[in-house]
Unconditional design. Sequence first.
Lengths: 406, 406
Amino acid sequence: MAKKSQLKGNMVIAQSGGPTAVINQSLVGAIEEAKKHSEIQGIFGSLHGIKGILDENFIDLRKESAKTLEEVANTPSSALGSVRKKPTPEDCAKIFQVLQKYGVRFFFYIGGNDSAETTHIINQEARAANYDLHCFHICKTIDNDLRENDHTPGFGSGAKFVAQAFMGDNLDNRALPGVKINVVMGRNAGFLTAASALARVYPDDGPHLIYLPERPFNVEKFLVDVKRVYETNKRCVVAVSEGISDEVGVSIAARFSKETDAHGNIQLSGSGALGDLLANEVKTKLDISRVRADTFGYLQRSFPAVVSANDAKEARAVGRMAVKYAVAGDAISGSVAIRRKPGKAYKVFFERVPLENVAKETQHMPDEFINSDGNDVTKKFIDYAAPIVGPLPKIGCFKGVKVAKA
Amino acid sequence: MAKKSQLKGNMVIAQSGGPTAVINQSLVGAIEEAKKHSEIQGIFGSLHGIKGILDENFIDLRKESAKTLEEVANTPSSALGSVRKKPTPEDCAKIFQVLQKYGVRFFFYIGGNDSAETTHIINQEARAANYDLHCFHICKTIDNDLRENDHTPGFGSGAKFVAQAFMGDNLDNRALPGVKINVVMGRNAGFLTAASALARVYPDDGPHLIYLPERPFNVEKFLVDVKRVYETNKRCVVAVSEGISDEVGVSIAARFSKETDAHGNIQLSGSGALGDLLANEVKTKLDISRVRADTFGYLQRSFPAVVSANDAKEARAVGRMAVKYAVAGDAISGSVAIRRKPGKAYKVFFERVPLENVAKETQHMPDEFINSDGNDVTKKFIDYAAPIVGPLPKIGCFKGVKVAKA
């Protein structure tokens, strides 16, 4: 299949996993591109991921106006609904049966590593069943942990929310000093928690400590760190990833949660337990009276109008690219990866990579992004993340000339 | 003192209580106005409220450039620092001593009901001590619970954050259905929690249930409500005020917190306990698997760049008005109240009211803003709150024409 695909048929697109602020940009990018290619006839949206295929629950995306498409592109969360479902072999058999019945030859799945795995399984089953289906994964995840990608759509906007939240919270903590612990999303990778460092503008700005899942979390060490910062600054703002684990790899939050999803992931978000546990440790062990914890929870992935312009643009582009790759006929499957061009100016390009290269396993923050003490990020991380997140609100500060004592 | 004040001297301004997104607008409004009046000589900022007076810790606000003032005005949280301190008679004696020493004749305190009380006490003590001091309170509070005021600066922006958060979270919950409980700030008044209703755009949009401190919270009734909504919509988004109390007035959150501040207020924010408790009730009693809780915490009062334009404008104006009243000489003390002009178009005006009218006691949501079932707001509330909050992000939605079954 070195030439342009001779395949003609309908297309199904769906969204899966945790929503992001820009996942609909990818959806709309794919729809817009699909309309340009005669190979693609019907453009069907499957509701709630592959569940919509199993239920034959499709909407006709050619019936949506350009105005609606643009509005949906700028709306957070998954407009087609989402799902957390790993298909069984029986599900796959049923999926092909449905896709065949609907004349579907192009399948696009927007999601993270679990969704790439699902796409990979469907692709393999399609090959085994000799069903000619172009299967493409369109990357997204605020966790920023997809292999092959410099970064993933959704991360920039989630990181912008986290940075702005820390900007405000640092000012709040400066006004009413104490210890403030903020728990940030990120199951295995600390990128989103690390983005809190972008909030720093003035000397003494928090977060003063950043704990990532990439380093073992030790409660005693944490207390020593907090004590030191508090004694120096009379206050301390801490960023903690929900995914922090102890020396033997046991998640600190998991001690309080037993719920798991279909992919075996433990429920970390949607509970304030981890923050409250750490706040209680500081309160009781360090004898500091004003200790507070906030858990950013679902706000950080679906907050309207706090969006990185680069993130929105790139999310749209990966949707378009997936369709381009699918109709080009060079390959019948793949995932669209975002790469960064070397050099000072921030520029990205896209590449098709095999599904198995992004499926299932995730990637972590590289060592060069984490300080040696394991409680902060490096300048290299700031340089990496700043252009992905884009400009942040301007924070004003008084010069503060002291009035001479009377 | 019916004519313009003959009093000349220095001015001290300070900020107290919980920060807001626009409290610095009021500070800068007062500084700008003060510069216009020859009665006011030095413009001193006291750091961390009255604590700065006791510590003789002042900064010279005449030394700040117009550019810095504008930047600070647009920066959330209290630029002078804040404090939660109720002055003792000994503190007051010391305060007068310091103010006299520094030639201070104008005192402005930006804060809520507790800060109005502090201003009132200082004013009374000044009268008793025969010290000629103009004491003015400049209103702020995201809780919107100050008496005499149609609404208070800080509420509009806090409400905008809450409404946007619910917009996003409703879409998130639509994508991955379940029960989602969001805990919103508001100790005694439900205005901020009620503002979640502004998030509704399309039929079936959440929040589907809203629980306010103005009505007793009954866990059994709550479960019946959630069950009904969940059975109808297959999902349920709930807004709960942190200040909800049971039939005998015992705060639900207080069952989990023992910490109080100098004004006797129990710590409600900075912990996820209330949300987790309610989520656990739903999970165990209703047998619904996907139940999540988020506590918005401190994000809702200091988030940069999510600001109501009307709120910012009015906050600036109350700062200016306080100085105008102080130098006009009609009265030596008071608080600046925001009133709304009757009529369809949204217009406000300002009035000076006695300090004791806003001090200490707070006001609640009027009955006409709460539905008869005690689990939602009325259209009257929406009409009241919408212009204070201003325009919200546009939320797109597919028409969703179903593809005919093959």
